[in-house]
Design a protein around this ligand. Structure first.
Ligand code: DGJ
Length: 745
């Protein structure tokens, strides 16, 4: 049960979810808003003692005007700048006179039974929900700040954001406006983050929190493959299934900073929001600035518990697509199959062979438009290349539709190649700085998406193609970071707004797309998982996980992605071997089994597969149809991580009512003279009995059949499976995998 209450006698705000409490207090002395507590649920006691102002030297009211010693340790809920709190601030404002001090104190509050939209930004929505809005002010600046806290019924998360309003008469410049700051007493915590690179996204890492600042961030204009807008603060003794874990994530797709600071008193200050480097926002009198939303999750059931909360929140309150709860068509994408070298006949041959094998949608990737035979030219010219596709997208789409398949297409709307008609006509539409040659990363420049006329032009070109071809699916790609930021339309004192205005422009275009084409299945992509963030999930229910399609590489990429995002959101495909990125050869069934923990599809030319592999596609698709509802709606349990143990990987998806579960086991490396491995299967209901089915498929079929006959496993209780474990055979060879299905009896 969720509840927000104001305990007036104590000047305490208490936000309760089913398993957590979040408490704030206003100090009697000067109206500072202090953070009191966030963690396991508390009773409605007088918790002001937690602020421990008594053991703080120099409480301002008792110490003349000396404020520094107090502010240096006080756990401010949204700390200002330049007045004695020398830790990371949440906000930095420059006055018209050029000074930089901010002090926000309580003015009023309101508790509402709804949650307002964040203008122009993705954010959680729906209900039942309660929201606390605390309005604070800095009269010297004429600045007002509304701190917003929402709690959805049945979800153990707190949603925070801040809105800054210039209520005064002077022009203000924001150079920092974080979404949230959170002060915590130091316990025996470690820091959990995710790092990566192109093709190597979302590797989970744990580190000590030593004194000083530790951060993950992006200043690339995209949330990036290098870091994820996520921080975990985890008890050293916690694990996948037990112990205290805090997770914080930002609902945003651009630059971010997620930081933890350990101070002189061993307290932690957690800060998350738009990265202040490269950020500036001019606030004229009467204007306001809305920060993106930050998600705070607390679990005392380990990282799996945290994962379940994020998944629930995103599934029920962030993803909007009509495809959210619909089975996605099994797709085949021609990128790795043909790259730029294709024409209508080749594509139709792939589609036909795919259709015969049971594939349901054909997606045409990069290279169908303008002059585009490699990545040197053409972006921006969203008009079909008739040499490759005579009769246009329309003819191809009609042929595909006639086969009974859906049809999808690729765009990279935010970019332009210098060698394109669009650039020749409008060179000033690309970001550039006078006197500098802009960087041509992947031979392309970034379009100035802060400009309405640029967005409109690109959008109209895209919409014409979509209407013409009755297109069912769009892959929205984005393949380079933002540099050389200069917009010919913005005045000098607003150039610092480009990074954020760019994101607002992209969000506006995607909103327009899904509004005008309500049945469209939109998949976001950013050189793989470079913009796989909660912001993008608001627009597209699935995001391409990584350009690395190797099944073994995917284990850790999908492990990190699934830490906070539901499996239904992770774009995952079967591709050919040797794998194009790492050259590894893995069995076809392992490639399929790993892709089943995502949206599932193929990224290859079916006509070039061996007969043996081609024959496995219908079997894999049957598994997809059999298990996808469970994969999309069940609770995901991480059981073992190849990233940690270098030998094997295992995870299970368990139906919310415990009636069924699917375990995926990957034996990455074969071991000589080894016995069966016992897997302790998490998440099953302890007192129910389960029928255990080793799914016999692919190269493992015969081996598994023999194993099943020899084992003759009885029906086993969830308790036995969790504690004594399920034996899985030692298979011959590397990169082998097994699916095990549990059905409650
Ligand atoms: C990067 C994407 O991640 C790939 O899947 C593919 O669409 C290429 N771009 C095309 O340029």
């Amino acid at each position: 049960m969720q509840q927000i209450s104001y305990l007036e006698d104590y000047r305490l705000f208490k936000l309760d979810t089913e398993h957590s409490s979040y408490v704030l207090s206003v100090t009697d002395e000067e109206g500072f808003i202090g953070h009191v507590y966030y963690g396991a649920r508390l009773a409605a006691d007088d918790l002001r003692y937690m602020l421990r102002t008594a053991d703080m030297p120099g409480v301002p009211s008792q110490n003349g005007r000396e404020r520094v010693t107090f502010m240096d340790v006080f756990p401010q809920e949204y700390p200002g700048q330049g007045l004695g709190d020398f830790r990371e601030s949440a906000v930095d404002v420059t006055s018209a006179g050029g000074t930089r001090t901010t002090r926000l104190t309580y003015r009023s509050h309101e508790i509402r039974s709804d949650k307002q939209k964040l203008e122009g930004l993705p954010a959680t929505f729906g209900g039942p929900v309660q929201t606390l809005v605390i309005t604070c002010e800095d009269p010297a600046l004429g600045l007002v700040c509304e701190l917003s806290y929402s709690v959805f019924e049945g979800v153990d998360a707190i949603l925070r954001s801040a809105r800054l309003v210039n209520e005064g008469s002077q022009t203000l410049q924001l150079t920092k406006a974080m979404s949230a700051s959170l002060d915590m007493d130091v316990a025996d915590y470690q820091l959990m983050t995710m790092y990566g690179s192109w093709g190597r996204e979302k590797k989970i890492e744990k580190n000590e929190i030593t004194h000083g600042k530790h951060s993950v961030y992006s200043m690339r204009g995209i949330s990036s493959a290098q870091f994820v807008p996520f921080l975990g603060i985890v008890d050293r003794h916690s694990g996948t299934d037990s112990g205290e874990v805090y997770g914080v994530q930002l609902v945003y797709s651009g630059n971010f900073l997620a930081q933890v600071e350990r101070d002189q008193a061993d307290n932690l200050r957690l800060t998350i929001g738009i990265h202040p480097v490269g950020f500036q926002w001019k606030l004229e009198p009467g204007e306001s600035f809305q920060t993106p939303e930050a998600v705070f999750v607390y679990s005392d059931r380990g990282t799996n518990g945290m994962t379940h909360i994020f998944h629930k929140l995103y599934r029920e309150h962030l993803i909007r697509s009509p495809y959210k709860d619909r089975k996605r068509p099994v797709l085949i994408n021609n990128w790795e199959g043909t790259y730029f070298d294709f024409d209508t006949d080749k594509l139709l041959a792939i589609a036909r062979a795919g259709h015969e094998a049971g594939i349901e949608m054909f997606v045409m990737d990069d290279g169908w438009f303008g002059k585009r035979d490699d990545d040197n030219s053409g972006l921006g010219d969203w008009v079909v290349n008739e040499r490759k596709l005579p009769g246009g997208v329309k003819r191809l789409a009609e042929e595909i539709h006639r086969m009974g398949m859906k049809f999808g297409i690729w765009f990279e709307p935010e970019m332009v190649c210098p060698d394109s008609d669009l650039y020749r006509a409008h060179p000033d539409w690309a970001f550039h700085v006078e006197g500098r040659e802009p960087s041509r990363n992947r031979n392309q420049l970034v379009l100035d998406m802060t400009r309405q006329e640029v967005r409109d032009h690109i959008y109209e070109m895209m919409a014409a193609v979509l209407r013409d071809g009755q297109v069912d699916y769009v892959k929205w790609d984005m393949n380079r970071p933002l540099t050389d930021l200069g917009s010919v339309k913005l005045p000098p004192d607003r150039q610092g707004e480009i990074f954020h205005r760019y994101m607002l422009g992209v969000y506006e275009m995607q909103e327009r797309l899904i509004t005008d084409f309500p049945e469209l299945l939109l998949e976001n992509c950013c050189s793989g998982g470079g913009r796989l963030d909660p912001g993008m999930l608001y627009y597209s229910p699935q995001i391409w996980g990584s350009d690395d399609t190797d099944a073994i590489e995917r284990l850790s990429i999908q492990e990190g992605t699934a830490l906070t995002y539901p499996l239904s959101a992770i774009g995952a495909h079967v591709s050919v071997c040797p794998n194009h990125m790492v050259g590894r050869i893995t069995p076809f069934d392992t490639r399929g089994n790993v892709a089943l923990a995502g949206t599932f599809g193929y990224e290859l030319d079916v006509t070039k597969l061996s007969e043996e592999e081609r024959n496995q596609i219908p079997e894999q698709i049957a598994l997809y149809h059999r298990f996808n509802d469970l994969v999309c709606t069940g609770d995901y349990y991480r059981i073992a991580s190849y990233r940690e143990n270098h030998l094997w990987d295992a995870y299970a998806v368990v139906a919310a009512d415990g009636s069924e579960a699917l375990l995926t086991y990957v034996q990455v490396l074969g071991r000589p003279n080894a016995r069966a491995r016992r897997i302790r299967v998490r998440g099953l209901q302890p007192d129910r009995r389960y029928r255990v089915e080793f799914v016999e498929q692919g190269v493992s079929a015969e081996e598994l059949h023999r194993w099943v006959q020899a084992q003759a496993l009885p029906e086993l209780s969830g308790q036995t499976l969790a504690n004594a474990g399920l034996p899985v055979p030692n298979l011959s060879g590397d990169f082998r995998s097994v699916l095990v299905y549990f059905q409650a009896v």
